[in-house]
Unconditional design. Structure first.
Length: 574
């Protein structure tokens, strides 16, 4: 069966891509076309079929009957025609890395959200032609091109899905790093230092490659790597692909020192995914079932390891100083340890329930869930320091990554199982990790950070400020002040306030900012809180508690043993 996609955009300002899929060299009574429900790397059913309209099919000018047989399935009654085309339009106006976007300025395609697959034929090679809008001259696609203009080849549907596309008049530039050609498609910000980007991206690419000792693009399809970068108002996100990434970063932050540092963090994160996730992957994630949830308990490895490595890579690349690594670690401990959900949900449960929880947060999420990204990164910190300590700083988590890459991905061409990740960690550490896994990975016990940091001569400092505490978050909308979240076990939680309550007054005075007002009180003071709930006025007398927030800092110990110094150096990958 030959499968060819044609994507055009004759009126980009209306935000519609026109897609034709031509099927030939087969004769079938019917063919099912299916739109993916989700995109790899982002674990939520997004129901891309919702954006499809105006579908029809033709065989040699003859209309074919098309019947929808499921939410995402169109059955074309092809009636044994040797060649026919199925046409549909897709509304594309969501500027995220997970979806499609088209306007008068440019187009971005995440193929999972645009290109339907032919039922049962995902392994079939496909070709793709892009017809850019007539004034657009550039098409960036991380796929090998064919002789026809703007035409590309993918060995199967999975690879097509993993090839994001930028179309327009964006800037393109390149550089070499780790022996690999890198292309950058840059859109949205004219005022930037291209040489700086090349230099910093190169340092990141080389630091990552050094960890694994091998660059996957060396022998893969185009033999190069592509960055699609969008610098746009208030946009943040990244999505990893087999030989490329899409990065969204907010324009308002790009030119600040902190903002640019975050941009490099995002870049390091997505680049590390080239190995961890796109090659070293939980066995459940591939081949993908695009029509339903693909459950795994190992997203804490896929994302937690990757978040952990962001700072390690930047440190190794010389883009941040050693103390930044300590600071980002301490900030992450502060973030996670102050969330009540950290005591409720384990990182393995968080991974499994990503489909219904992580991507669908509500006002109670901080009380009941923990992110497999941030908590996953802290578990990774513990594992890395454990390995460094127990191997006398001869090994680190890098050796685990290399083992997973060489022995499981390259030799066996498959993902790792849930039990295998533990086995490989144990192999490298030379220690049994059963208790550690039960307590901190499958369980929610507090990690003894001080013990692990001590291995590398660092000490953990914590600070609690005795300040009055109510435990509500609010939002002001015009003249109304509403409660948007209530922290578990706070005075507000135990004494009857609810999310959605409108705060009318506190101690008979109108309130603009609850947090500011409370600063004028003391722990143990009582507040008269008047609220409106479902149209009824209610009064509460609420006794303020003491803010349980703990701030953590990591400092170097004053005197360190030779073993601690060696471990610290290993941790920094110096
Ligand atoms: Zn990620």
């Amino acid at each position: 069966m030959n499968i060819h996609y044609n994507i055009s955009m004759p009126a980009p300002h209306t935000h519609y891509f026109e897609v034709s899929i031509t099927i030939s060299k087969t004769k079938r009574p019917f063919v099912d076309f299916k739109m993916a429900a989700w995109t790899p790397g982002s674990y939520l059913l997004r129901e891309y079929a919702q954006h499809v309209e105006s579908y029809h099919a033709k065989a040699n000018k003859r209309d074919l009957k098309v019947v929808k047989t499921a939410k995402n399935t169109w059955r074309v009654m092809s009636d044994n025609a040797p060649k026919f085309s199925f046409h549909y339009r897709v509304y594309a106006f969501e500027m995220t890395v997970r979806n499609n976007f088209l306007d008068a300025n440019h187009g971005y395609i995440n193929p999972a959200a645009l290109c339907m697959f032919v039922g049962g034929q995902q392994a079939n090679p496909v070709t793709l032609t892009i017809e850019p809008y007539h004034t657009w001259k550039k098409v960036t696609v991380p796929l090998p091109g064919s002789k026809e203009p703007y035409t590309y080849e993918a060995p199967n549907f999975d690879v097509l899905v993993d090839s994001p596309i930028e179309i327009g008049n964006h800037q393109e530039f390149g550089f070499k790093a780790a022996g690999i050609s890198h292309k950058v498609a840059w859109y949205g910000l004219a005022d930037y230092d291209q040489e700086q980007i090349k230099k910093d991206f190169k340092a990141i690419a080389e630091a990552c490659t050094d960890i694994f000792g091998d660059h996957p693009c060396k022998n893969y399809l185009t033999k190069d790597y592509t960055f699609i970068v969008h610098i746009l108002d208030k946009k943040f996100g990244g999505l990893e692909h087999l030989n490329s990434t899409s990065l969204h970063f907010p324009r308002e932050l790009y030119h600040t020192k902190k903002g640019y540092a975050r941009f490099l963090n995002l870049t390091a994160h997505e680049y590390f995914h080239l190995w961890n996730v796109k090659r070293i992957r939980p066995i459940e994630l591939g081949p993908f079932d695009y029509e339903q949830e693909n459950y795994t308990r190992s997203l804490w490895v896929a994302e937690g390891f990757t978040v952990y490595y962001e700072s390690i890579i930047l440190c190794k690349a010389g883009l941040v100083k050693n103390n930044k690594l300590r600071k980002s670690t301490a900030d992450r401990i502060t973030l996670v340890e102050n969330l009540p959900g950290n005591k409720v949900q384990s990182v393995t449960d968080s991974s499994w329930d990503a489909w219904i929880k992580a991507y669908r947060p509500n006002e109670n999420s901080p009380n009941t869930t923990i992110s497999y990204y941030s908590k996953g990164a802290l578990v990774t910190l513990m594992l890395d320091l454990f390995i460094i300590h127990h191997t006398k700083a001869t090994q680190s988590l890098d050796d685990v990554m290399r083992h997973l890459y060489e022995e499981i991905y390259k030799k066996e061409q498959r993902g790792f199982s849930e039990s295998e990740i533990k086995k490989v960690l144990e192999l490298v550490a030379g220690k049994d990790l059963t208790t550690l896994f039960e307590k901190y990975i499958y369980g929610t016990e507090s990690i003894n950070y001080a013990q692990y940091l001590n291995y590398a001569g660092m000490e953990l400092h914590s600070e609690v400020k005795e300040t009055p505490y109510l435990g509500v978050s609010t939002v002001k909308n015009g003249k109304t002040l509403k409660i948007t979240a209530i922290r578990k076990d706070s005075p507000a939680y135990h004494q009857g306030l609810n999310v959605h309550d409108e705060i009318l007054s506190i101690d008979d005075a109108k309130v603009k900012d609850v947090a500011k007002l409370i600063e004028n009180y003391e722990v143990g003071n009582e507040l008269k809180v008047k609220i409106r709930r479902d149209g009824n006025i209610k009064k509460f007398l609420i006794k303020l508690g003491s803010n349980p927030h703990v701030t953590y800092k990591i400092k170097m110990q004053k005197s360190r043993t030779a073993a601690q110094k060696k471990a610290y150096k290993k941790w920094l990958r110096k």
